[in-house]
Design a protein around this ligand. Structure first.
Ligand code: AVI
Length: 324
């Protein structure tokens, strides 16, 4: 999976803060960055293989069928480059690229960055086993710290990968801030390849977040189970439901948890009692879908030029190259 956003040791303080403030807001909210404990990451890995969740398959197809064109953009002159992957997770899709780059004897270092040490250790282990000669420079760090350190260490061209539609989980102003921060840390000529989920028939998007196997439901409810375990709370999971909306005007898929009855939930670690009315929601996730115009505008607003546009055969997903 991509991007387990919160490191375990820090999770408690961050989770405490989120639960304390988020459950006192109107409407209540909890951020999807807390989905990814071990169980949440396991469920997400399953979601990526379900027929309804087309995103992973679409991006896999893009990388697989267009890897030669990507390499041409990464290293047109066969100069060495550093492939920095933000939120590398298990690197499932990146391994297609790594295998190809290794076969082509491309001169590159792979620098996966992840804030989850466990995910990163596993990825490093896998990559070393599969390609013992590949140069690896893994960073267990925050994205921007890692980029700063990498630029101090080498002046190779940097190619930053931010795959899997992780950008869709950012609010619009956070996305702008993210690319501005990247811009400040990159050199002219460096590249960023981002996976964007594109707007399409709303029913297809809605189904991806409301899958027939009920995995998205389990993924969303797992957040309550996590709070029960880590903060000694008594959420009754059977008394909450998963609800998904997709608004084709805003391009936002939104996930909610819905209280199925009036109830009081105790969160003992915070000495807090949270009342829920019948039908009251907790907003947990935004997964934004983009138009080509919006992506081009995002590049323009943050100083990048769009220099490559790769889509799957259905036009569901795009891996877009921004050049600094
Ligand atoms: C990680 N992220 C890009 C996923 C998405 O599609 O927003 C998380 C997810 N939520 C529900 N299903 C998958």
């Amino acid at each position: 999976m991509e991007t387990p956003f919160v490191e375990q040791q820090e999770a408690d303080a961050a989770l405490i803060d989120e639960v304390r403030t988020g459950l006192q807001q109107v409407p209540k909210r909890l951020s999807s960055r807390f989905f990814y404990d071990a169980e949440g990451s396991r469920i997400f890995a399953e979601i990526m293989h379900t027929p309804d969740y087309y995103l992973t398959r679409s991006e896999y197809e893009i990388l697989d069928t267009q890897k030669a064109d990507l390499l041409q953009l990464f290293a047109p002159d066969k100069r060495p480059f550093e492939l920095v992957e933000l939120g590398a997770g298990d690197g499932l899709k990146t391994k297609i690229l790594l295998g190809f780059l290794a076969d082509q004897q491309a001169d590159f270092t792979y620098a996966p960055v992840d804030i989850s040490g466990d995910a990163l250790d596993k990825l490093v282990d896998d990559v070393q086993k599969q390609w013992p000669d590949l140069l690896l420079n893994a960073r267990h760090d925050d994205y921007f710290n890692a980029l700063e350190q990498l630029s101090e260490e080498s002046d190779a061209r940097r190619i930053v990968l931010f795959l899997g539609s992780n950008i869709g989980n950012f609010a619009p102003d956070e996305a702008i801030d993210f690319y501005r921060q990247l811009y400040d840390r990159l050199q002219p000529g460096d590249l960023v390849l981002t996976g964007f989920d594109l707007q399409k028939h709303p029913a297809i998007i809605h189904a991806a977040y409301n899958d027939r196997m009920g995995l998205t439901r389990a993924f969303n409810l797992n957040l309550l189970r996590r709070i029960n375990t880590e903060l000694d709370a008594d959420f009754n999971l059977a008394a909450f439901d998963h609800y998904e909306t997709y608004n084709p005007e805003s391009g936002e898929a939104r996930s909610y948890l819905v209280s199925q009855k009036a109830q009081m939930v105790r969160i003992n670690a915070l000495d807090m009692a949270v009342p829920f009315e019948y039908g009251e929601i907790i907003h947990t996730e935004i997964s934004r879908k983009f138009t080509r115009t919006q992506i081009e505008e995002l590049a323009r607003q943050t100083g990048f030029s769009v220099t490559g546009w790769f889509t799957d055969c259905k036009g569901y997903f795009a891996d877009v190259m921004f050049e600094r």
